[in-house]
Design a protein around this ligand. Structure first.
Ligand SMILES: NC(=O)c1ccc[n+]([C@@H]2O[C@H](COP(=O)([O-])OP(=O)(O)OC[C@H]3O[C@@H](n4cnc5c(N)ncnc54)[C@H](OP(=O)(O)O)[C@@H]3O)[C@@H](O)[C@H]2O)c1
Length: 246
């Protein structure tokens, strides 16, 4: 399959939560710094060209649940994908129906600047595509009413030159890609903290219509201790016969 190498890189609590007020503890700071440095620091481990995020993660962090400023009845856009520009780093947003209220084609995450690519299905409207074009946001079409994973990933590689892609959460996005066979490695930075909240998202979350609770197994690639009781764990995802119980 012609797709980028994909690693899922996440910061978690001791109990596998990717959100929550445990993140406000000073004890979580070294883990937060290590999480950033591994992927985005001056000498990063993976050297990816883009990171993929689910629609909820993007709304929580960048678009803040704004409605997109659509022009109703916008002139019909040309068919197919829209490559606005090439960039050294891309933020790849999985937004099948076209809901996100972007205001710019560029975002900044700490010290990292990235060009936004929207991954849409054919359910996204002409008005939404016209809105993205007006802002200079690239988009690719992958699937009719469900995400076509292989097509999306092939386009990210061939149209934008993404050779290594970070699967960057949240839990719903992560699990859907893992179950679809579209994740090679999981990289977890585990903070020595927890808050016991029963309602926050965990690292992997099945969602009806996107994924199920069919299990997967993993093989440890590395385990390192770091400053402040932080752990960095790397696993290969076992697909095929390796996922069966011995
Ligand atoms: N600790 C960390 O390292 C870390 C990293 C990233 C995110 N987070 C946190 O995780 C939280 C969000 O996680 P979440 O699991 O609730 O949501 P999510 O994975 O960010 O977003 C889920 C939504 O994305 C779209 N989507 C995801 N996978 C899809 C697929 N395979 N096909 C089609 N659409 C797909 C769907 O959008 P529609 O609903 O529009 O159909 C789905 O409802 C945020 O609060 C964020 O801050 C933490």
């Amino acid at each position: 399959m012609n797709r980028p190498y994909i690693f899922c890189h996440m910061l978690t609590s001791l109990d596998g939560k990717i959100m929550g007020n445990y993140m406000d503890l000073p004890a979580c700071e070294p883990a937060g710094d290590l999480f950033y440095d591994i992927a985005f620091g001056e000498d990063p481990f993976y050297r990816h060209q883009g990171w993929l995020s689910g629609r909820v993660t993007t709304d929580d962090n960048f678009t803040h649940y704004r409605a997109p400023a659509l022009t109703p009845g916008a002139p019909t856009v040309p068919e197919g994908d829209f490559v606005a520009q090439q960039a050294p780093m891309y933020y790849v947003s999985v937004d099948p129906k076209g809901k996100l209220g972007w205001e710019s084609a560029t975002l900044t995450y700490e010290t990292t600047t990235a060009h936004v690519i929207e991954v849409l299905t054919e359910e996204a409207s002409n008005d939404y595509k016209a809105f993205l074009r007006k802002l200079g946001i690239s988009y690719i079409l992958a699937g009719k009413d469900r995400l076509d994973y292989a097509l999306a990933l092939e386009k990210l590689k061939t149209r934008f030159g993404i050779q290594v892609l970070m699967l960057g959460g949240g839990g719903v996005l992560n699990w859907s890609f893992l179950q679809a066979g579209m994740c090679d490695e999981v990289s977890l930075v585990v903070a020595p903290a927890a808050d016991g909240n029963p309602n926050t998202q965990s690292l992997f979350l099945a969602k009806e219509g996107l994924s199920t609770d069919a299990p997967l197994s993993f093989t440890l690639l590395g385990a390192e201790t770091s400053e402040g009781s932080t752990l960095w764990l790397r696993y290969r995802v076992n697909y095929g016969p390796a996922t069966q119980a011995p």
